[in-house]
Design a protein. Sequence first.
Length: 427
Amino acid sequence: MDTILVRGGRRLTGTVKVDGAKNAVLPILTASILGSTGVSTFHNVPALSDVATISHVLAGLNIDVTAQSNNTYVVDAAGELNHIAAYEYVSKMRASILVMGPLLARLGKAKVAMPGGCAIGSRPIEQHLKGLTALGANIVQDNGYLVGTVDGRLKGANIYLDFPSVGATQNILMAAVLADGTTVMDNVAKEPEIVALADYLNAMGADVTGAGTDRITVNGVAALHGAEHTIIADRIEAGTFIIAAAITRGDVFVEGARADHMSSLLSKLEEMGVQLTVQDNGIRVSAPEALTGVEVKTMPHPGFPTDMQAQMMALMLTADTASHMTETVFENRFMHVDEFIKMNGSIKVNNRTALVQKQNLHGAAVKSTDLRASASLVLAGLAAEGYTRVTELSHLDRGYVNFHGKLKALGADIERTGDRKERAEVR
Ligand SMILES: CC(=O)N[C@H]1[C@@H](OP(=O)(O)OP(=O)(O)OC[C@H]2O[C@@H](n3ccc(=O)[nH]c3=O)[C@H](O)[C@@H]2O)O[C@H](CO)[C@@H](O)[C@@H]1O
Ligand SMILES: C=C(OP(=O)(O)O)C(=O)O
């Protein structure tokens, strides 16, 4: 079992470069299913386990995914495709459900294993199904699979989402691009990853406008081709390193961080007293010793991202005055709280709100429960006295490339090892 061992107390300094965004590359790789001629070439693809998982899902559909170099992938979806996405890989990653829309649009049929719940909540998909059904798909559940069929071609429709779900917006959008006629989607998600997906679809020959606003309009086209696309920088990874700098009261340049993708996070950090200088190619972060507590509520973009909630809570633990963190997006995304408490963190949860107060953090043996929880525990470890040992790193590897290596290069006292029981310093 892999372990990260981090000893707190080092001030981070230097430059760290952000990789491509997990939440952009996953839907974009599923969109490549739509390219019935030519190939797609993707640059800045991050070396994440989730990218390997979605590549296996695509391979199972008879799509050729080749890594040309570390970060450049070529996808050839021009051949005859299989329409079945099997449980083995779909069950590993929620985003696999995003093959449904493209398969229905391209083949008129799809059989996709039910993605099921995960640690942060039950994560239903009724908004995906509502939209795909409105476009004319008939979808039933059969033996743990969602089986969808289309009589002829999908047809454009007006679709209102009850909640601006990121995945539902993407799935419906990827179906609508090949539908007959115009689709108008309202109350859609506005995340930068939605804009990136629309950019790639348009490069493939689609006609999509309005991505990044509440309404997306799609004029369906008959066919799409492969295209070249560069994956945007990961705003959540960038935010995580900004907090790593702040929690150690360090001075770090986060190369690739885009202020226009992270305004809510940057505002809240400035409210705490963190100093941020936005430059053309990144953000410089420095932090004074004393930080102020803040009130934060997670919301769909451009609100404060739920994917930064755990990391922000780690920083709140080091602020001089109390903070409140309210999670509104997922019903069960406070699992890191019990682990912070093992590190002497002072946190009281009432329903969806956590009251976070300063108390000196101590190193401890803690367990990752989900992707962002794992990063937040390492962050807390950077600020804690003594050694923190973080296990269950498969979560971390879903969304961070060489997390410990990047922190080490900034001066952190951190190692990633196998299960080395001889490290007696760990409490
Ligand atoms: C691969 C990817 O991009 N993942 C991101 C995506 O997940 P994902 O696309 O799954 O997130 P959604 O925006 O769909 O989900 C947000 C909330 O809506 C609920 N919901 C969603 C769909 C639906 O049909 N019914 C329903 O009730 C979910 O259970 C959740 O409580 O957006 C989340 C919210 O920013 C992020 O945390 C994830 O990192
Ligand atoms: C929850 C996340 O991702 P996913 O939707 O892929 O589980 C995340 O990136 O924090």
